[in-house]
Ligand binder design. Structure first.
Ligand code: GLU
Length: 490
């Protein structure tokens, strides 16, 4: 079998979406699994919407996900250039050839004419398509129409009355009728080929063997097949990966969670978690297991196990996977990953990240069990920072505890003891709490919850002993003093 060559061909008209990243991943996995080549090129013929910034962002996202490419943008190769805008000279002779053989023709119809045709078809309940006004113009008619516009488009002459069959590796045979297609534009009036034409030329000239892309492109494929045929190009194999739906089974949109991969990166999802998660959006391995490293995915991936039915995007599952990968990090690594989030939240300053690194690691250790993505970390560890304490407004339990008769004494006494301590480790802290309970004859909630709320402002949170130990006696005493002053309103 010839060497597999697959490609990812994003349009730089926005940030990389979850669906795009999944297409890139499936192509990459397919290439790596079978020792093929993965090519990245850019489809930027939409001049108004394409920007170099989006291109850069998309490539950065691919890099971040760990999807390297063998040929294409930034890497080079024998089939460049890899941006469509730089390939116009390459496309031109093929347009000429189609025009010369009569497989394509110039169309002079104005926007208004086309719109009127569209509306008329819709009114008759038919699918809108071009009915071929300029299809068979005589020389004289052409001249007349040229007087109206000197910037005709080029349309492909769709053969009449025959089926066009897409032989899809995932979907099987999907049949379209050529008559439903209508002669379509292949080159716009500014001389720039449209996607359906440029993509065929690129795929054919770059020797692409398999086109793996989202199902939303399935309706483009018959148009592309007709062009392969007209130009006598060998046809690659097609595989259209199912749509990604939200949990309510409507098309994935912002309502279901962020759709841009960059957003997930910023929120502190790890690339390992995302590739694992994306791989399972449409592909499933044998067995029940769900956690796969990228190399395990490479070893198992196959198109046979890509489903026809839509994939459902489940944010909770992504969180669970990310939790798993965060857990697998060493405390040193995890702390390093959390620091930018703490800096951004203003809980730390740059200097402290080195001066207090040991302490910081212990703080992060307390948050591990509740951490699903890194952006959650400031809220989880806020209690360890600053001298003051904020009573959380909607925490009724915290308010109730502070209103207990025994609370002021617990706070006062605990403060005294804290200030007397020479050593301050978890053991000592436990010991003072025990003594306090005995001396004041309080226990359970009245003791532990009072201290927790007085020191942290919340009835729930990280482990109490860890909070007290890591805050240190001075801050604990300060917070207790403040709570004594502020909270008990009796
Ligand atoms: N530029 C197209 C997109 O962003 C790629 C289509 C294809 O893979 O053929 O969806």
């Amino acid at each position: 079998m010839a060497k597999i060559r697959v490609r990812f061909a994003p349009s730089p008209t926005g940030p990389m979406h979850i669906g795009g990243a999944r297409s890139a991943l499936f192509n990459w996995l397919f290439a790596r699994r079978y020792g093929g080549e993965f090519i990245v090129r850019i489809e930027d013929t939409d001049l108004e919407r394409s920007t170099p910034e989006y291109e850069e962002q998309i490539l950065a996202t691919l890099n971040w996900l760990g999807l390297d490419w063998d040929e294409g943008i930034g890497v080079g190769g024998d089939h460049g250039p890899y941006r469509q805008k730089e390939r116009l000279q390459i496309y031109h002779p093929y347009t000429q050839k189609l025009l010369e053989t009569g497989q394509a023709y110039h169309c002079y119809c104005s926007e208004e004419e086309l719109e009127a045709e569209r509306q008329a078809l819709i009114a008759k309940g038919q699918s809108p398509r071009y009915l071929g006004k300029c299809r068979n113009l005589s020389g004289k008619e052409k001249e007349e129409r040229l007087a109206l516009t000197d910037k005709p488009v080029v349309r492909f002459r769709v053969p009449e009355g025959r089926p066009v069959v897409v032989d899809d590796l995932i979907r099987g045979l999907v049949e379209f009728e050529s008559d439903g297609i209508g002669d379509y534009v292949i080159v716009k009036s500014d001389g720039i080929p449209v996607y359906n034409f440029a993509v065929v030329l690129d795929d054919a000239l770059m020797g692409i063997t398999h086109v793996l892309r989202g199902e939303e492109h399935l309706s483009n494929t018959p148009r592309q097949l007709l062009l392969y045929e007209a130009l006598n190009f060998p046809v690659p194999k097609f595989a259209h990966i199912s749509l990604i739906l939200g949990e309510d089974r409507s098309k994935m949109s912002k309502r279901h969670g962020s759709t841009s991969v960059e957003q997930y990166r910023q929120e502190g999802y790890l690339p390992e978690a995302l590739t694992n998660f994306l791989a399972l959006l449409g592909w499933s391995p044998e067995g029940e297991e769900e956690i796969f490293s990228i190399s395990e995915l490479v070893a198992r991936f196959s198109l046979e196990r890509v489903a026809k039915s839509p994939a459902v995007f489940n944010l909770e599952k992504l969180k669970w996977m990310n939790f798993h990968y965060l857990k697998g990090m060493s405390l040193e690594q995890l702390t390093a990953c959390c620091i930018p989030y703490l800096l951004k939240a203003g809980l730390l300053d740059e200097g402290e990240t080195t001066e207090r690194l040991d302490w910081l690691q212990q703080v992060i250790a307390t948050a591990r069990d509740g951490l699903h993505y890194l952006a959650e970390v400031p809220a989880l560890v806020k209690v360890f920072f600053g001298e003051t304490v904020e009573l959380s407004e909607d925490d009724d339990e915290a308010k109730d505890v502070l209103a207990l008769e025994s609370s002021p004494a617990v706070m006062r006494k605990f403060r005294e003891k804290a200030l007397e301590m020479e050593d301050w480790s978890g053991e000592e802290v436990r010991q003072i709490l025990k003594e306090l309970g005995k001396e004041l004859n309080v226990k359970g909630k009245a003791l532990f919850m009072t201290v927790r709320v007085a020191v942290s402002g919340q009835s729930q949170g990280r482990d109490l002993i860890a909070i007290l130990t890591l805050l240190g006696p001075t801050v604990v005493a300060q917070r207790l003093e403040e709570s004594l002053r502020r909270f008990p309103k009796r």
